[in-house]
Ligand binder design. Structure first.
Ligand code: ADP
Ligand code: MG
Length: 289
């Protein structure tokens, strides 16, 4: 099945009047806007993803910049989660899913057959839609990763990693007196911050978040959003969200996906105030999706 977007002769909407320039861009990536950044942490080029015959991601090229939060938005089913999972090879775990193209973390090709996915997923961690703490204590949820990856020499080191990670996740004050209690006993918002602490505990470089607030109430959401902004200082974050308000609040760059295509990418303020592609405009003004 061909999923590519029907485009007019100039390649892009007449609205934007960017045809000649966009035509040049289309040859490179099919995307309006600058897919490259000066300080890239991850570079994705000509990425295609298939589930059997279904072409779910079509020729996507995109850089993810150091210490930036990039938001991935678009209607349900447009491929946001699929693309996010490419970044730490989580699609490998899905039967019948094929990924091709080139994705690098710094200079390293993450799809190199020599690449060990276990350390890759430490360097590129992931936080899921539904908080999924292990059925273990709060302490163990955070200590587990550092322990299995040998990041702590002794109990004192491990205690320190647990405390630091919980502090960075903004959860320490709420849980410091009950570290031995089950992680699953926390509220939803606390559980999600626990999952973020667990991700941070193994010192990732990039954190992928797939709709991390969609199961949270507005107050818990606000806390997680605040946290994302603080984490940017130390990490690179790619976040999928169905909330345009959230994308506008937390990200510096926004990528708009539509039917597996990366239609437009740009500074978040530009995407929300002055989208260049008609499809982006339709989505952000609520005419679509
Ligand atoms: N495991 C899977 N098997 C087959 N098709 C899938 C699978 N996961 C996603 N898809 C399809 O790929 C497309 C993109 O899905 P997804 O990445 O989940 O979109 P989004 O996160 O934007 O809602 C959809 O058409 C979806 O039905
Ligand atoms: Mg999704």
């Amino acid at each position: 099945m061909d999923n590519s977007i029907a485009m007019n002769e100039s390649g892009y909407s007449s609205k934007s009047g960017v045809s000649s320039d966009a035509l040049g861009e289309r040859k490179i990536s099919g995307t309006v806007g600058e897919v490259k950044v000066a300080d890239a942490r991850m570079t994705c080029r000509d990425v295609n993803v298939y589930y059997g015959n279904k072409h779910a991601i079509i020729d996507v090229s995109l850089d993810i910049g150091k210490n930036e939060v990039i938001a991935m938005i678009g209607p349900s089913g447009c491929g946001k989660s699929t693309f996010l999972r490419c970044l730490n090879r989580m699609n490998d775990t899905i039967d019948g899913c094929r990924v091709n193209g080139r994705i690098k973390l710094d200079t390293q090709d993450i799809y190199d057959p020599q690449m060990d996915v276990v350390p890759l997923r430490v360097r590129v961690g992931m936080v899921f839609q539904k908080p999924n703490p292990f059925p273990k204590s709060i302490y163990e949820n955070v200590a587990y990763g550092p322990r299995i990856h040998g990041l702590a020499g002794n109990k004192i080191d491990l205690d320190e990693i647990v405390e630091t990670s919980l502090r960075k996740a903004g959860l320490w004050e709420e849980v410091k007196d009950r570290l031995d209690q089950p992680g699953t006993g926390l509220s939803g918002g606390q559980q999600q911050r626990l999952c973020i602490a667990r991700t941070i505990a193994v010192s990732p470089e990039v954190i992928l978040m797939d709709e991390p607030c969609s199961a949270l109430d507005p107050i818990a959401t606000a806390k997680v959003e605040e946290l994302i902004d603080e984490l940017r200082e130390h990490y690179t974050i790619a976040i999928v969200t169905h909330s345009m308000q959230q994308a506008a609040r937390v990200s510096q760059r926004t990528a708009y996906f539509h039917l597996g295509n990366l239609v437009e990418v740009g500074e978040t303020t530009q995407i929300f105030t002055n989208p260049r592609h008609r499809l982006t405009e339709d989505y952000i003004t609520g005419r679509f999706g």
